[in-house]
Design a protein around this ligand. Structure first.
Ligand code: DAH
Length: 345
C-alpha cells in the first residue's frame, strides 16, 4: 500500500473514532493509538530506511504533516468535549432563583429587653451608670445589709429560693445597691440603675412568676431629698406613659427605705378620670420607692449625717403589662412567636 493511501485510511478511521469519543480519557487513549510510539503512523517511519536518499525528505515530510493533521483533529475534538463537559456541569449546578426563599425573618430584642434598654437610655441621659450584680446572692447582701435581719417579718414578703443556708437566688435587685455602695467605700456619690432577673418561690399564674425582671435605682449624694425622687420618677412616668401623666406618692413600708412610698401614675387610658383599667381610681401603681434608710447607708459605709439617698424598684413585667394591656405574665416566658413578634422594634 502506498504511504498516501495508508495515511488517508488512518485519518478516516481516526475521524470515525473521534466522533464516538465521550470524554477526555477516551480521547487520551485515542491519541496514544494514533500518535503514540506503537501507532501505525510511527511504524510507517521505519520504512525510511528502505528508501533512497532522494525519497527520504518527501516521505518524512508526509509523515510529519499527517502527525500535525491528526493532532489538529484530536485538539479540535478536545475543545468540543471540554465544552460538552462544562455545559453538563453548569446544567447540573443550576440554581433555580425563582424558588421561594425560606423564612429567615430577622430576630428582635424581647419586649422586656426593649423596655430595659429604653429605661437605661433614659437614665444614662440623666447621668446614671448601669450596674449589674450576681443572680446567686448571699443572704448578707440580699437581706441583712438591706435592714432585713434573719427573723425580720418582712422576709416573708419575699419567699426565697435558697441554695445553701447563706446563699439564695436573689429575690430583688436591691443587693446591687449594697454592692455598689460598698464598692464606692462611702466616699463618693452613687447614681445607678441595676436591671436584672430576680427569683421568688411562687406558683406561676397570670400575675405571678417565679422569675421576673426588676430595675433598681439608687442615688446617694449630699443633700438628696424626696423631691429629687419625685422629680426623677415623674420623668420616668412621662417617658413611659405619655407627657400628660402625673404621679402621686402613697405611704408604704420597705425595710430599706424610710420613709417608703408606693408610686402611682395617672391612668393613661382615662387620663385620671376613672375607668375599668384603673378600677375607677384614676391611678395605677407602678413602683416602690423611698429615702434610703440610715441603717442601710451606715451598713454600707456611708455616713447618713453627710449623705442621703433615694431608691426605687421597678417591676419590668408589670410595666410592660400596663403599657401594652398584656393580661398574663406567662406570655413573657413561653416564647410564643405570635406574642413576641408583636413587639418588634
Ligand atoms: N426591692 C423591692 C422589691 O423587690 C422593690 C423596691 C422597693 C426597691 C422600694 C427599692 C425601694 O429600692 O426603695 O419588692
Amino acid at each position: 500500500m502506498n504511504v498516501d493511501n495508508k495515511i488517508e485510511s488512518l485519518k478516516a478511521s481516526l475521524e470515525e473514532a473521534l466522533a464516538t469519543v465521550e470524554n477526555q480519557n477516551e480521547l487520551q487513549q485515542l491519541k496514544a493509538t494514533y500518535l503514540g510510539k506503537k501507532s501505525e503512523l510511527t511504524q510507517l517511519m521505519r520504512h525510511m530506511k528502505d528508501l533512497s536518499n532522494e525519497e527520504k525528505p518527501a516521505f518524512g515530510q508526509k509523515i510529519n504533516e499527517a502527525k500535525q493533521a491528526f493532532e489538529a483533529l484530536i485538539d479540535a475534538q478536545k475543545v468540543i468535549i471540554q465544552k460538552r463537559e462544562m455545559d453538563a456541569l453548569l446544567k447540573k449546578e443550576t440554581i433555580d432563583v425563582t424558588l421561594d426563599a425560606p423564612d429567615f425573618s430577622p430576630g428582635s430584642a424581647h419586649l422586656l429587653n426593649q423596655i430595659i434598654e429604653d429605661i437605661e437610655d433614659l437614665f444614662i441621659g440623666m447621668g446614671y451608670q448601669i450596674k449589674e450584680g450576681p443572680e446567686i446572692e448571699t443572704d448578707l447582701m440580699n437581706f441583712e445589709k438591706l435592714n432585713l435581719p434573719k427573723d425580720h417579718p418582712a422576709r416573708d414578703m419575699q419567699d426565697s429560693l435558697y441554695i445553701t443556708e447563706d446563699t439564695l437566688l436573689r429575690t430583688h435587685t436591691s443587693p446591687v445597691q449594697v454592692r455598689t455602695m460598698l464598692e464606692y467605700g462611702g466616699k463618693k456619690p452613687v447614681k445607678i440603675i441595676c436591671p436584672g432577673k430576680v427569683y421568688r418561690r411562687d406558683d406561676d399564674d397570670a400575675t405571678h412568676s417565679h422569675q421576673f425582671m426588676q430595675i433598681e435605682g439608687l442615688v446617694v449624694d449630699k443633700e438628696t431629698t424626696m423631691s429629687d425622687l419625685k422629680g426623677t420618677l415623674l420623668v420616668v412616668a412621662k417617658h413611659l406613659f405619655g407627657p400628660d401623666r402625673k404621679i402621686r406618692f402613697r405611704p408604704d413600708y420597705f425595710p430599706f427605705t424610710e420613709p417608703s412610698v408606693e408610686v402611682d401614675v395617672t391612668c393613661a387610658n382615662c387620663d385620671g378620670v376613672g375607668c375599668s383599667i384603673c378600677k375607677q381610681t384614676g391611678y395605677i401603681e407602678i413602683l416602690g420607692a423611698g429615702m434610703v434608710n440610715d441603717k442601710v447607708l451606715k451598713m454600707s459605709g456611708y455616713d447618713p449625717n453627710i449623705y442621703q439617698g433615694f431608691a426605687f424598684g421597678i417591676g419590668v413585667e408589670r410595666l410592660a403589662m400596663l403599657k401594652y394591656g398584656i393580661e398574663d405574665i406567662r406570655h413573657f416566658y413561653t416564647n410564643d412567636l405570635r406574642f413576641n413578634k408583636q413587639f418588634k422594634r
